[in-house]
Design a protein around this ligand. Structure first.
Ligand code: AMP
Ligand code: MG
Length: 409
């Protein structure tokens, strides 16, 4: 059976990045940049003032102090967006933050270090030459690469795109991710429950939300019963997806038919079935499509397994399709607040933890029951603690590696 790392390598080695598309700037938030962004001019475009005050010549203010102020004649003005006059010897030009430095000036003295009387300004302190001047190109120069392709577009990137005059921008396409829910016992929302054995789906909608949160495009294809006709019919509708996720029906039970029929209907090439992880062991992974560019994940039905498998395997693959340079969630070292132990240690286990930061440390608290059928097991979790193969026990107070999947709780 493949290890967690081996399985991840197989998945990522078989995942190809999608093509590009052009979007308007206001639609670009949370998309992934598919072009390098190059500066169209220097920033700042010209020397300008960092303060409200007076533009002066350094030579004129040498030796100025409160006891011995230098007195200069006030001349003209330099305001943001304006064209200032030239500064002559013995003059000071009132200047405002962001306004151009007048020709002839080399220093700006802030208002607080001056006093104005009868059309004259008293300079109360000598400053170093160049003080309060923001130099042309000190932020970036024309032609500099400001943002590299493969970066997620956040508000700061939106700001840069606007400032370099990009009304549209190339981003990577979003994969269309079809979700097929399987199980004779599974009902969709709003279907009436008539038997005790029936279960309302959770996976359909948690997977939908996970796909959406990753930035891809989820599509609910349908609900298949555990018989060949129903499974085949649903698979037919999956043909124009980039990624197919099925939930349930991949264990070794007699009604676990998904693996066989994806081969028959979609010509899926299965790369592996089963990974030594807990939860999520029966995971199936395959590729399909003309150039094997499409992915198939047969996800086990247990609700926690479904969410964990998505986080650790499906999400990095979707990110690779979407052109991300960084595929994995951040991993931190945290201090476990309760003992953890297990009877068998032949799989890498992902335990649900709630991580909090306090006094310079991350603390990770295991939450409730850890079995994979415990629907509420993920509700209070914001990270998955990794327990490696052969580790039977992690004592309270010792460190554990945690893959964070949510920073908001
Ligand atoms: P399976 O992988 O089909 O053997 O299902 C494993 C367990 O997960 C069974 O107890 C199922 O009832 C449950 N299960 C399967 N699909 C879902 C679903 N969509 N929502 C909630 N539980 C499910
Ligand atoms: Mg089932």
């Amino acid at each position: 059976m493949l290890s967690y790392k081996e399985a991840l390598d197989v998945i990522l080695d078989n995942t190809k990045t999608l093509g590009k598309e052009k979007v308007f700037l206001n639609q670009a938030l949370d998309r992934v940049l598919a072009e390098d962004i190059v500066a169209d001019r220097d920033n700042p475009p010209a020397d300008n003032s960092g303060m409200d005050g007076f533009a002066v010549r350094y030579e004129d203010i040498v030796g100025a102090s409160e006891e011995n102020p230098v007195i200069l004649t006030i001349e003209g003005e330099s305001k943001a967006g304006g064209t200032p006059p030239k500064l002559q010897k013995g003059q000071a030009i009132p200047i405002y933050t962001g306004a151009l430095i007048p020709e002839g000036a080399d220093t700006v003295i802030q208002k607080e270090l001056t006093k104005v009387e009868n059309g004259k300004v008293y300079i109360l302190k000598e400053l170093k030459k160049g003080t309060n001047i923001r130099l042309q190109g000190e932020d970036y120069k024309k032609g500099d690469i400001l943002i590299k392709s493969g970066k997620k577009i956040r508000p700061p990137e939106i700001g840069i795109l606007a400032s370099v005059n990009k009304p549209t921008v190339y981003v990577y396409q979003k994969p269309k991710v079809g979700i097929i829910t399987t199980g004779d016992e599974i009902l969709d929302i709003a279907e009436p429950i008539t038997k005790q054995s029936q279960i309302r789906t959770s996976n359909t909608y948690s997977l939908y939300a996970q796909v959406l949160q990753t930035g891809a495009q989820p599509v609910i294809i349908g609900f298949a019963k555990d018989n060949p006709e129903s499974i085949k019919e649903n698979l037919e509708y999956a043909k124009n997806c980039d990624v197919l996720l099925t939930t349930g029906g991949v264990s070794v039970g007699e009604y676990d038919l998904v693996k066989d029929f994806v081969k028959e209907v979609l010509d899926v090439k299965i790369h592996f079935w089963k990974v030594s992880i807990k939860p999520g062991k029966p995971l199936v992974f395959g590729t399909w499509g003309k150039e094997n560019e499409k992915l198939f994940f047969g996800i086990p039905g247990n609700p926690v397994a479904s969410m964990v498998v998505f986080e650790i395997f499906v999400k990095p693959a979707l990110k690779k399709m979407m052109g991300y340079q960084k595929l994995h969630n951040p991993t931190i070292d945290a201090i476990l607040t309760e003992d953890f132990s297990r009877k068998s240690a032949d799989r890498t286990e992902f335990i649900r933890l709630n991580v909090e930061y306090s006094d310079g440390q991350f603390y990770a608290k295991p939450f409730g029951k850890q079995a994979s059928n415990i629907l509420t097991g993920m509700v209070n979790a914001n990270g998955l603690g990794i327990v490696d193969i052969d580790i039977y026990k992690i004592e309270k107070g010792s460190k554990i590696k945690v893959v964070m999947f949510d920073m908001d709780i």
